[in-house]
Ligand binder design. Structure first.
Ligand code: MTE
Length: 302
């Protein structure tokens, strides 16, 4: 706890409270819950603070991909300002002992931690983001999956009154946005359910009030604003796989040797600097996750 206090001064508390008050009324309820947890320093700080250079917060909250709002990053941020997350619930169903509906209060009872992770988008840019969240495996344990549960399917909110692109005559994607992980990937301790970043609640554009973060996979696996988690027997078709199966695979593990059909993945642009760097296999998490894919042809299973 003392360690955490070093990084959070009363002044930053005050500024945060002001930012918080500026947010729309709809988001306030779930945000205030998350905010009160974070302000009580009720999370464990990441000890890797010195290992990665954290991206500028402004960049991470403005250079976003959230197609439901808009494919235009600037407009996505603009439309997200009015995002209403009041009374947010996450439904758990499928191959589990009994279906569950969890409120944000329930979800915030899992142990919160800060995790400083690399984020590598399939568009060949990267950032480093300090998330706050809990390991997905805690939620899985609570759900008590049966032996039949082989994959987890995640679904984003579908609400045409809130998401401009869902309401458009020609939506960009086949909504709701769906993602999935194999059960062992979902149980991996690096797989996070994030409720905050930069020691604050997630903003609408970053997937408020709760999203997935899978740091060794391309960013599109890290689905935002989750409302449904289903435990299923068969591998579900995911949104990007349906959109362009030759371009976006189910696994989407970061891999410098597997090019996107239209561009190389060997290098990445570090957002906020003029530099590029070599892409790392599994986005630098090879030591932790390579065993999940032992014996698998990573080129075929891209
Ligand atoms: N989740 C939903 N529901 N809709 C999206 O458009 N974009 C994905 C992912 N999650 C997306 C999503 C992509 S392509 C990336 S790179 C990351 O979110 C970006 O997260 P960030 O905007 O918080 O950096």
């Amino acid at each position: 706890m003392k360690e955490i206090a070093k990084y959070i001064t009363p002044e930053s508390f005050y500024k945060r409270r002001r930012e918080f008050v500026k947010l729309g009324a709809g988001t306030l309820l779930s945000l205030s819950l998350i905010q009160s947890k974070l302000m009580a320093l009720d999370f464990k700080n990441d000890e890797n603070l010195d290992k990665l250079k954290i991206s500028d917060e402004k960049l991470a909250t403005s250079y976003v991909n959230f197609y439901e709002f808009s494919t235009d990053k600037r407009k996505a941020v603009e439309y997200a300002q009015k995002f209403n997350t009041q009374g947010w619930k996450v439904e758990l169903s499928g191959e589990i002992e009994k279906p569950l509906i969890l409120s944000m209060e329930d979800l915030l009872s899992f142990p919160l931690e800060e995790r400083i992770y690399r984020l590598r988008c399939v568009e060949a840019w990267s950032m480093v983001v300090p998330w706050i969240g809990f390991e997905l495996r805690h939620l899985i344990e609570k759900a008590r999956p049966t032996n039949e549960a082989k994959f987890i399917k995640f679904t984003t909110l579908f609400d045409k009154t809130q998401f401009n692109d869902q309401n458009s005559f020609f939506p960009t994607l086949d909504y709701p946005y769906v993602e999935s992980l194999r059960m062992d990937e979902a149980l991996h301790p690096l797989t996070l359910m994030a409720v905050g970043m930069y020691k604050k609640p997630l903003l609408g554009q970053n997937g408020a009030p709760i999203r997935l973060v899978v740091p060794w996979k391309y960013g599109f696996k890290s689905i935002k604003s989750l409302v449904k988690i289903e435990f299923v027997k068969e591998r579900p078709k995911t949104t990007w796989e349906l959109y362009a199966p030759h371009e976006y695979g189910f696994y989407a593990n970061v891999n410098p040797e597997v090019s996107h059909p239209r561009w190389s993945q060997a290098h990445e642009r570090i957002l906020g600097s003029f530099s590029t760097q070599k892409t790392l296999l599994f986005n630098g998490y090879e030591k932790e996750v390579a065993s999940l894919y032992a014996g698998m042809d990573l080129k075929k299973n891209f």
